[in-house]
Design a protein around this ligand. Structure first.
Ligand code: ADP
Length: 626
């Protein structure tokens, strides 16, 4: 009821507006009056689908003042002759106040009513458009009385053909149709026109059931069924229905595909086929109405028969009932196609894939970089080790003269003692006591030479670093023993201030020896230009909190302002220098978790300090005595 009310409300307002407008706009323009006669009230698709399209098109295209009135036969409810009489009476009374310029019955019941009572209802001069019905169902004389026709021609057999086209295996077609006389009429027409299919399909007619039972039936259909939704205006229980709403409810429960007659039902649950577009009949009726309202005689306008549209289908229903697209006739149009995930999210998918690929490439590049870096690092370590070795060899090359001296001394002692022994042995009897002393001296001198060689060998050898607990003072003394001759030959005197009882550090003996060797030889180099008496090397150790510090100081020219440069690889000011000594020294100290730095001493010359952390185990223990 609410729906009817609102629709009438809209039309009245619309009518008022259209009536009111001309009085302001132009007094000359005459308001044209159109009476629409509905078959089934104002909410009865497909008829109201038709009438809505008609009215909208008419209002939109007319361009002149227009007054629309409506009346409804409501044949689904009131079908008796006395009702018809009452309606004729009412319409005649209304015409004494409001005489239409055009009458448009919509749907066969309204058309048949107007044709039947043409003379009683309207003056001969009132034109009629019979609209939204099958012309063949009208009395032949209807169109001869100032009337024309815009409607369809329903091929009932085609409706079954379309279902069988989609599902050739169908053996049961269940027909939903109401029980009003109009629907009974169509039921009979369908039964007549479908006889030729009965050898192949069994038709089940639900016209004698209330709608609820129809719903139960369509929910439990046997396999190979199709539901044909013909028309539902009033069911067997006398309940009137909005056919579109009913179709929606059928599709919600049906266990078989559904087909219907009208194009507007696509989207409400039907699969599709050659459908009838009642809106088109409506809009074309409106165009004919405009011609008539502008003065063209209705009888001169030839009847327009609008057939079915070319086949159209609802993609979702095809999917739902697993109907292959191969089954659709050529030239079919498929509506409501849901875009595939790819179609819907193409750009997002592309973006995500690109992102993932990009990330993968990035990860790959990083991985390759990492591998290369590892390789380069390994290579760099190898080269650094080789370079360290080279530097050691270089340093030792510098020491070679004094090392020869170191070795010559014991060798000389051995030689002279051996010669003395030979002489003693020539005497008779030889002085054995003297010989013993000589041999003891030889052994001693040999041991000394052996020690020198051993120390050199360790330093030359290089090899992987091995950590052990070390006492820095002991390492310094080792290096001093190695360099003693060299320093002497260079006129460098050594001043030691080594703090006794320092705790041990953890380190690689050979590396720390190399560190000290570099610093000591650099200090000696720095003092080469000084007069011999002023070439003093100061060595100092001390405890600085948790660290042991060693300082190597010279009395040379001192350091340039940019001290950090000295530690950069390949920086050298010496003609034979490699420029790697201090860089290696720093990397040795860094690897030991310590710190190496240099500064100028307040009394002149440079001083290089390095600090190493006290060995873990040594903390809390007593200090070593070395
Ligand atoms: P190299 O000794 O082969 O030149 P180093 O890395 O050991 O390589 O030293 C780099 C440079 O630092 C030296 O060439 C020198 O100019 C400077 N240098 C090093 N030690 C001292 C020092 N005790 N006094 C002054 N300059 C120094």
């Amino acid at each position: 009821m609410a729906r009817l009310g609102s629709r009438f409300g809209r039309l009245v307002v619309h009518g008022l507006l259209l009536v009111a407008l001309p009085s302001f706009a132009s007094a000359a323009a005459e308001t044209r009056r159109v009476l629409v006669i509905h078959s089934f009230g104002n909410a009865a698709p497909p008829f109201t689908t038709h009438s809505t399209a008609f009215e909208s098109e008419l209002i939109a295209k007319m361009g002149e003042p227009l007054d629309l009135d409506e009346v409804s036969l409501d044949v689904a409810r009131y079908t008796t002759l006395d009702m018809e009489e009452a309606l004729i009476e009412l319409m005649r009374k209304r015409q004494t106040r409001w005489q239409p310029d055009l009458v448009v019955p919509i749907g066969l019941p309204a058309g048949a009513f107007v044709a039947k009572y043409r003379d009683r209802l309207f003056p001969k001069a009132t034109p009629i458009i019979y609209s939204g019905m099958d012309q063949r169902r009208l009395p032949p004389e209807a169109l001869q009385q100032n009337a024309t026709f815009v409607g369809g021609s329903l091929d009932l057999a085609a409706l079954v053909e379309d279902m069988l086209q989609l599902a050739p295996a169908t053996t049961n077609i269940t027909v939903i149709v109401g029980a009003s006389p109009f629907e009974q009429y169509w039921t009979a027409a369908m039964q007549r026109d479908w006889v030729s299919f009965t050898n192949r399909v069994r038709f089940t007619w639900l016209n004698d059931l209330p709608f609820d039972q129809m719903l139960e039936r369509v929910a439990t259909l046997p396999p190979r069924s199709f539901v044909f939704f013909a028309l539902l205006m009033r069911d067997a229980a006398g309940v009137t229905h909005d056919a579109d709403e009913a179709l929606r409810r059928v599709q919600a429960v049906a266990n078989a595909p559904i087909n219907g007659v009208f194009q507007h039902q696509l989207g409400l649950g039907i699969v599709g086929g050659r459908l009838h577009r009642v809106e088109r009949q409506g809009t074309e009726s409106a165009q004919v109405a405009i011609r008539i309202l502008r003065g063209e005689p209705a009888s001169r306008i030839p009847p327009r028969v609008i057939g079915a549209e070319s086949p159209q289908y609802d993609w979702r229903q095809l999917q739902r009932w697993n109907i292959s697209a191969d089954r659709l006739p050529p030239g079919s149009q498929v509506l409501f196609r849901e875009p595939t995930v790819w179609e819907r999210y193409r750009w997002r998918i592309i973006a995500v894939v690109a992102l993932v690929l990009g990330e993968a490439v990035l990860i790959l590049v990083l991985l390759v970089n990492l591998i290369q870096r590892r390789r380069l690092e390994a290579e760099a370590r190898r080269l650094a080790a080789e370079l360290a070795q080279l530097t050691r060899v270089n340093t030792l090359g510098a020491l070679s003269g004094s090392l020869a001296h170191e070795l010559n001394q014991p060798l000389g002692i051995i030689l002279s003692n051996a010669q003395a022994a030979q002489e003693l042995l020539a005497q008779y009897p030889p002085d054995t006591a003297e010989l013993k002393d000589i041999l003891a001296d030889i052994v001693k001198a040999d041991r000394r030479a052996g020690e020198v060689i051993e120390r050199l060998r360790a330093l030359f050898k290089g090899g992987p670093s091995s950590r052990q607990k070390l006492w820095l003072n002991a390492v310094i003394e080792d290096v001093l023993r190695l360099t003693r001759a060299e320093l002497l030959s260079r006129g460098v005197s050594t001043v030691c201030d080594l703090t006794p009882e320092l705790p041990p550090v953890t380190g690689d003996r050979v590396q720390l020896q190399q560190l000290l060797l570099n610093l000591i030889l650099n200090a000696a180099d720095a003092m080469a230009a000084k007069s011999p008496g002023k070439r003093r090397l100061h060595l100092r150790t001390m405890l600085q909190g948790e660290r042991v510090r060693a300082s190597v100081r010279d009395e040379g020219e001192g350091l340039p302002a940019d001290v950090d440069r000295l530690f950069q690889p390949l920086y050298t000011t010496k003609p034979q220098g490699l420029g790697m000594g201090l860089a290696i020294c720093r990397s040795i100290v860094d690897a030991h978790g310590g710190r190496l730095w240099a500064e100028n001493h307040s009394e002149g010359g440079a001083v290089f300090h390095f600090e190493l952390p006290v060995a873990e185990v040594a903390r809390g223990e007593g200090s070593g005595n070395r």
